[in-house]
Ligand binder design. Structure first.
Ligand code: SF4
Length: 393
């Protein structure tokens, strides 16, 4: 390794990581009662053109920090990006290409919600350059969709996944479990339906009640903790038995279909964030910085300034672990130094202790969470918090 480390607090990166781009589109038809994302109910006509101008302004502000670097992936998320017309997505991707070079074969994902798309729209997105679509299905059961306050039916979800598969083939399907009134047989039915659809990627999340949501003030009756753990076990076993690889806490993919954009986050790569509330991370040879765009769409449209700060070196180990320990197969031991610019010795004690507690496994090449560590991921991560760490003795 070509890195010389002067002290545990001196960041020296010999190589810059891959660079991705996240684009946030903050509007939805209706706000779901469990959602704590930066998404806002669309009122009146969408200001697509004005928002595109704001996105390009965000990108141009960041460009001087990444001159000469190429984009390995683009992710258009939200909110509900499929509310934007194919013409707007085409203008967005053209604007990005005019300012930054995309690597050949770069992954370009767009999030879509059933009820906002039809086949022609998906074809338009593909013609604009989208080559991966992530569909927010959540469930194929109309009762569960109603309990979640979704705007679409199970039939619309099936139609959306089929249309996305026809348009681009590389499709993710978001599912949720632990839903109000849900039992194991309903989770099995959802998974059977997901497998029948043929999407090569599934993201399965347990419903959690987050502050500042309707469900937080009026909590629905949720399945017990043990039942949710059984649901998670069913999700994992059914997808593994059917040829999926479990590669991240919530992500499952057929071979060759892992999400490259999200992998870059989990491997502590760099990414630019543009659009309301989007955040990003940029590495330099001697520091790592984070930026965050103005959160409210109205303020963002008006061009309010964005925040930027260097990450204190003491916080980098936790930030790295927060991402990399989500990966079921963990990470190569050399990646820590490559991405944080700090020697692995700065977390030697925490690695040793976590291993002793059975939360972590290591060999000469890789560091990975043990099955117990994956189950108690928060406990494992807390060990790497700046205040908790001890200097290696
Ligand atoms: S569609 Fe997605 S982003 Fe929009 S409110 Fe519902 S959960 Fe949130």
């Amino acid at each position: 390794m070509l890195i010389s480390v002067e002290s545990p607090n001196t960041v020296r990166l010999a190589l810059l990581p891959p660079l991705a781009l996240y684009v946030h589109i903050p509007w939805c038809v209706r706000k779901c009662p469990y959602c704590d994302f930066n998404s806002h109910e669309q009122k009146g006509p969408l200001e697509e053109k004005r928002y595109l101008e704001a996105l390009m302004r965000d990108l141009e502000q960041l460009l001087p920090q990444v001159w000469g670097r190429r984009l390995s992936s683009v992710f258009i998320g939200g909110g509900t990006p499929s509310l934007f017309s194919p013409e707007s997505i085409d203008a967005l991707l053209s604007g990005i290409r005019a300012r930054l070079t995309l690597e050949p074969g770069a992954e370009v994902t767009l999030e879509a919600n059933p009820g906002t798309v039809e086949a022609a729209r998906f074809r338009g997105f593909r013609e604009a350059g989208v080559n991966r679509i992530s569909v927010g299905v959540q469930s194929f059961d109309d009762r569960m969709l109603a309990a979640l306050g979704r705007i679409h039916s199970a039939a619309e979800a099936r139609a959306a996944v089929d249309a996305a598969l026809q348009a681009v083939g590389n499709v993710n399907l978001d599912l949720m479990y632990g839903l109000p009134g849900q039992d194991i047989s309903m989770v099995v039915s959802d998974l059977k339906e997901a497998l029948r659809c043929g999407a090569p990627h599934v993201s399965a999340y347990q419903l959690t009640i987050e502050p500042n949501t309707v469900f937080f003030s009026k909590p629905p009756p949720l399945p017990e903790h043990d039942l949710c753990a059984d649901m998670q076990a069913v999700v994992e076993s059914m997808l593994l038995e059917n040829g999926f690889e479990h590669y991240e806490t919530s992500a499952f993919a057929r071979p060759g279909r892992r999400c490259r954009h999200n992998l870059n986050y989990w491997e502590f790569g760099d990414y630019l964030g543009i659009g309301a509330g989007a955040h990003g991370k940029i590495s330099f040879p001697d520091r790592v910085t984070r930026h965050e765009q103005t959160k409210l769409p109205r303020d963002h449209l008006e061009g309010r300034n964005f925040l930027e700060k260097a990450v204190p070196p003491a916080e980098l180990p936790f930030e790295f672990m927060l991402n990399a320990l989500r990966l079921v197969e963990g990470f190569p031991a050399t990646l820590f130094q490559e991405r944080t610019g700090l020697p692995l010795t700065v977390i030697q004690n925490e690695l040793n202790e976590s291993e002793k507690k059975g939360l972590l496994e290591r060999d000469w090449q890789r560091i990975r969470p043990s099955p117990r560590g994956r189950l108690f991921l928060n406990e494992l991560l807390e060990r790497f918090l700046p205040g908790e760490r001890k200097d290696p003795g």
